[in-house]
Design a protein around this ligand. Structure first.
Ligand code: ASP
Length: 374
């Protein structure tokens, strides 16, 4: 096993050296070979984009006990510096540096982490020293963070959220290639002005539309109804479409002076559900409730009664759908009942938008406008 490891390391090193240092032109008559090579290297480095990697944890930084284990690994074992060192090929496409924002599984990402991340990205991207940002993240809630950044980042510069389905120790780990591609995308001209992007498995998704659709498959991130924005193929970035929904520089949401986000909870609609769920949410401090309604966002009679009671206690109600696809129809009855509908946002993304909306208003009509535009 050790010999095998040595052979693989030597092969990787050889590959790395070839990849990072492509053919250097012969020395000119005016200088020595090493001077010429040095000048070439300086010119090349000067042209490379500066990409900052902000690490938050997840499987991409996970380590398992064996190289065949793709579940049951420990998250948070690898730091951003180790992630960067593991993909030396990135040096040929960007000047990469890293910061550790968190090191947790993505179900443990909190509103505080979101605010810290969004604020840090805004500071970084306002500097001419940073051309793009990559966020490494667990895949379970990756779409929530990506959509949050899509709404609060105040820059046209690329923000790419990336993860991996297999831990770094697995055979065929997908993290290194995903990270390499994410850095390439974050440093590119093509990705500017497209909002926060999600990159896994060569596909480029818009934070607004992409969602995790499978528990373990590498091909889990899909934009079910709306398609991907593009892909990276043959080492080239291809964009085919873009989101028409407001984001980044066109977004009204500003977190600069926000120190916390209002509590919004998600309640799932199902047979035999009860009013008590709504009461519990409001009693625990919910200022908004997103309902993962059945079908076209429908509620049971008890759900309706619970929602009404929650409204009377001051919470804003958003009807979303548990189906995983489609737009929730907004009817005159919604206006009468002061229900907001989530458009095509799934419940977890509707929660993100509702938190940001509630930070400035609790008027359902104004909040509905946000859902129609973002
Ligand atoms: N449970 C992990 C997380 O979301 C899964 C992953 O990263 O893919 O942090």
């Amino acid at each position: 096993m050790k010999t095998m490891h040595k052979i693989m390391t030597a092969a990787l090193l050889a590959h790395t050296l070839t990849f990072c240092f492509p053919s250097v032109p012969a020395a000119t008559a005016a200088g020595t070979a090493s001077e010429a090579a040095g000048t070439q290297k300086d010119v090349r480095e000067a042209k490379l984009p500066n990409v900052k990697i902000l690490a938050t944890g997840g499987t991409i930084a996970g380590v398992a006990a064996s190289n065949t284990a793709t579940t049951g690994y420990s998250i948070g074992s690898t730091t951003v510096d180790t992630l960067i060192k593991a993909v030396p090929e990135m040096k040929s496409i960007a000047n990469v540096s890293g910061e550790q924002i968190a090191n947790v599984g993505s179900p443990d990402i909190t509103n505080d982490t979101l605010l810290a991340l969004g604020k840090r990205i805004n500071v970084l991207l306002s500097s001419s020293d940073v051309d793009g940002v990559v966020v490494t993240h667990g895949t379970d809630t990756l779409e929530e963070t990506a959509y949050f950044l899509n709404l609060v980042v105040k820059s046209e510069k690329p923000v790419v959220v990336v993860g991996a389905m297999r831990p770094s120790t697995a055979i065929s780990a997908d993290g290194p290639m995903n990270l390499y591609n994410a850095v390439k995308l974050a440093g590119s001209e093509e990705a500017k002005g497209k909002g926060a992007l999600v990159l896994l498995n060569d596909r480029i998704g818009a934070a607004r539309f992409i969602t995790k659709t499978h528990t373990t498959s590498l091909d889990t991130f899909k934009s079910v109804e709306d398609g991907y924005l593009g892909m990276i193929s043959g080492g080239k970035i291809h964009f085919y479409s873009e989101s028409t929904r407001k984001h980044t520089v066109d977004s009204k949401f500003n977190i600069e002076y926000l120190s916390e986000l209002p509590q919004v909870d998600i309640l799932y609609s199902y047979q035999n559900d009860g009013e008590y769920l709504y009461k519990a949410a409001v009693e625990a401090g919910a200022k908004g409730i997103v309902i993962a309604g059945s079908g076209d966002g429908s509620l049971s009679k008890k759900g309706e009664a619970g929602a009404k009671a929650a409204q009377e206690a001051g919470a804003v109600i958003v009807r979303s759908s548990r189906t995983g696809g489609g737009t929730v129809t907004h009817s005159a009855q919604d206006d009468e009942k002061k229900f907001v509908t989530s458009d095509s946002l799934n419940p977890q993304k509707a929660r993100i938008l509702l938190m940001l909306a509630l930070a400035s208003t609790n008027d359902p009509a104004r909040i509905q406008q946000f859902f129609d535009e973002y």
